[in-house]
Design a protein around this ligand. Sequence first.
Ligand code: SF4
Length: 382
Amino acid sequence: MDNALVELLNETCVDMVHLLANSEAENIIIDGVVEENPVKLTPYLKKLILKYESIAKQFLPTPQEAQTNGTATPFEEGKKTSLVYGLERVYRDRVLLTPHFDCPAYCRFCYKKSRVMRNRRSMTYDEIDQALAEIRKMEDVRGALITGGDPFMDSSKLFYMLDRLIALGNIHEIRIGTRMLLNSPHVFTDAICDQLADYIRPDFHNPSKSKYLAINVHFNHPDELQPEVLQACHKLSSRGITLRNQTVLLKGINDDAQTMKRLFHLLLRNNIIVYYMNHCMPVAGSDHLRTTVQKGIDIYKELCTESSCSIPHYVFAPSGGKVHVGPDSNYRTSIVNGIKMLNVRLLYKANEFRRITRKDLPPLHIETRDGFINGNYIDGND
Ligand code: SF4
């Protein structure tokens, strides 16, 4: 990037974005895009985006965001019902808790950038107590994913939730989803890492009673694995906290087998489990970052020639739940209102989905004759 950008390090994010525009017309389009989906960066990220195009493309808006087939809340449509604000259940064995809906930075491919999502208030302490009381009653639930927004936006609230969650008899597997290791690795002080490690509670005499805490991290490109970032990861993993990486497949950023292999090898060598490669969701304004599912399969075939340790699960997520993709998967497609859709049969039966989520099937999903769910997923373009 050029020197002018470097001088703008202390200016507002939007000024940085305008410098990247090629014309006044583009500036006007970007103003409209940012009005809908603001730009937000941490000081650490600001430095990285000046050096790495692969990171800049994930956080800075472009005029292409104005044209889209996506929606503001693609995955949320399937999980709007909850007895308590911030508690969701989409799957049989685990619940989702969202103490914060906001993030320290907005990734352009994520639905959390939209006002619809980020303007939601945080859970109150009372609501956390109520959510935990509900989870206690869910007999077939054994795990909780604390997600976001970013749970590390308020560590006090996170630890309040963890203290109570770990005390529940039915909860044994706690995971925290965060991108804070990239956004602000300095958050992970020794004290915070010690406190997190305290939730790993093995019971060697009665292993079914053991409890563990893992962190789902999110890295999309080898450029993100900076020394400060890896040091923060090491502080966690060296204390026994499992780190699992979730990568999003992004057009023009990591949509080639060589980049993915490089990323996964680096993760592996740095004690981070290669976990998911997610197809980019049909989020409003992310069409320019979305490949087809097939492009992901082509990349996946190459990944599958490697050691299993560096092969993630490849998934895409219609509103009704995740679909696991194999190297030989192929899908029926159809064109609905000019948009290419993949038609997939989901793993849950419709009645179980309704029972768990307390809601009817999401839009673009129907019940099949044998009681399963058939979902439609908006494909990307190559
Ligand atoms: S990917 Fe994570 S950090 Fe980025 S906007 Fe979404 S929830 Fe926030």
